[in-house]
Structures are given as structure tokens and as C-alpha cells.
Write a protein that binds this ligand. Structure first.
Ligand SMILES: [Mn+2]
Length: 266
């Protein structure tokens, strides 16, 4: 069982509301650093800072699938602890959290690279990383409401009526999207494109579902552009609504969904 130490959602009101919201990273550390520097952030001690007081936000799914998973987690733990960064839960982050708590999880191919990187850390470093991760994770939340309700960041999905609320169904949507069972007989679940039906006023930035390129749909934008599949790592600048991207350095994992998108040639 997961302890009830995780947060539902947070409302964060800051004086300056300038954000760079980064899509699913999945262990693409080099692309992450390249993107952060391209956005104008400079490293000072443990974290990255922007001269205009901008803040970095992760939509979650920081690790798994790529090859520098622990580095990516360390980046965000430091960014949250020292650099005013914000991180919302992704389904992959949750699985690793459960693993670190000692819960029985299925070590699938996706998470196996993160687990082996973790197990290969020197003993003291591993203990210290585990404690840092758990503490940081438990202080994060499933979604955040920013800029006096004008901006929402979530990993996978948040419907208009979910904003400012929380329950099990909303939790599932935040982490996994609007999933319906696929009755075509192929036993897989189907993701509903919830953004097409979104009519809310708050602008929602999310990831989880890899797309070839970003597009604003009804006050929402999906910023997961499949970096780990050879696509791009995307940042959405708020309030400018500009896109900044870096190209993936290689195909770290083959994209195997049925829609067969060619990320490497995007
Ligand atoms: Mn995800």
C-alpha cells in the first residue's frame, strides 16, 4: 500500500508567473540540459536559475526508458529543493516511488534501467538518494494550479470539472489519462483525447501521450513530443505561449504504440 503521504493538488500563487513547462523526459538527460540552457537558465550551485525569475516545471515522467534516469531525477529534486522548480506526478514517477518504499512492483523493461542505475549507486549514495527522492516526491502533487487559476499543469489529463477537486477518478486521470477499455478484442486500453472536449477557461499543460508536434487545442497543450523515441524535448513558455524544443540525440527506445508515429524523422 502507498502511504497517504502524497499530495492531491496544490494551488501555488507567486508574484511572478513566468514558467517553462517541460514535457516527458524519460531519462533524456543530455537533451534536458540542452533545453534548459537554450531557455536561458544558468547553473548556480545545485540548481538552474533564470535572470528573469522564470521557473521550470516538469509534467512528470522524468525517468525510465532512457539511459540517464537517476541524473534526471537528481536534476528535478535539486530544482525543486533549491531552484524554485515545480514537478507534478507522472505514472512512471509513482512506480519508482512505490519501488523505493519497498512495495512489490512489476519490474518491467521500462523501469528496469532506472532500478539498475539505482542499484549500481555506491551504497551511501543509494541510501541518500532514496531518502531525498521520497521526501521530495511526497511534497509534490498530482496537479498544480498557478497564476491565480489561469494555468494548470498535470501529467496526463484534467477535465474542466476536476479543477480544484480531487478523488480516485481524478487521480487516475491525472496519472494515466482518460482511459477507457478497448472492446475491440485486442485487450488494450484506449486513451480518449479529452482535450477535444475541454471547454475550461484555465490553460492546461500536460504530457503523457507522445505526439509528433505540439498544438494548442481548446486551451490545452500536450508537450510530450517523444524525445525518448527519437523525437524532441519540448518546453512551453508561459505566459508567452511559445514553444522551445531540442531534437533528441538518438532513439533510446522504439515507439511501439499502434499509431506508429515516426518520431526519429520529425
Ligand atoms: Mn506517463
Amino acid at each position: 500500500m502507498i502511504k497517504k503521504s502524497v499530495q492531491d493538488y496544490k494551488t501555488i500563487n507567486l508574484q511572478k508567473n513566468y514558467f517553462d513547462i517541460i514535457g516527458d523526459i524519460h531519462g533524456c538527460y543530455y537533451e534536458l540540459i540542452e533545453l534548459v540552457e537554450k531557455l536561458g537558465y544558468v547553473k548556480y550551485k545545485n540548481a538552474y536559475f533564470h535572470k528573469d525569475g522564470r521557473r521550470l516545471i516538469s509534467v512528470g515522467d522524468i525517468a525510465d526508458k532512457g539511459y540517464k534516469n537517476i541524473d534526471c531525477y537528481n536534476f528535478w529534486i535539486n530544482q525543486v529543493n533549491y531552484g524554485g522548480g515545480i514537478w507534478v506526478y507522472g505514472n512512471h514517477c509513482l512506480k519508482f516511488y512505490k519501488y523505493l518504499l519497498g512495495n512489490k512492483i512489476k519490474i518491467t523493461y521500462n523501469i528496469s534501467k532506472t532500478v539498475s542505475e539505482y542499484m549500481n549507486l555506491p551504497y551511501f549514495e543509494r541510501i541518500s538518494f532514496r531518502d531525498k527522492f521520497i521526501k521530495c516526491y511526497e511534497g509534490r502533487s498530482h496537479y498544480v494550479i498557478l497564476d491565480n487559476g489561469k494555468l494548470v499543469v498535470v501529467h496526463a489529463c484534467l477535465k474542466e470539472n476536476d479543477i480544484g477537486k480531487f478523488n480516485d477518478a481524478i487521480r487516475t486521470r491525472c496519472l494515466f489519462g482518460d482511459v477507457v477499455r478497448n472492446f475491440d478484442g485486442n485487450n488494450s486500453n484506449k486513451l480518449v483525447d479529452w482535450a477535444l472536449e475541454y471547454r475550461g477557461e484555465p490553460f492546461i499543460v500536460y504530457g503523457h501521450n507522445a505526439v509528433l508536434d505540439t498544438k494548442i487545442v481548446n486551451n490545452t497543450i500536450d508537450v510530450d513530443t517523444g524525445c525518448v523515441y527519437g523525437g524532441k524535448l519540448t518546453a512551453f513558455r508561459y505566459p508567452e505561449k511559445e514553444i522551445v524544443q531540442v531534437k533528441s540525440r538518438r532513439v533510446y527506445m522504439e515507439y511501439m504504440n499502434s499509431d506508429d508515429i515516426d518520431f526519429a524523422n520529425s
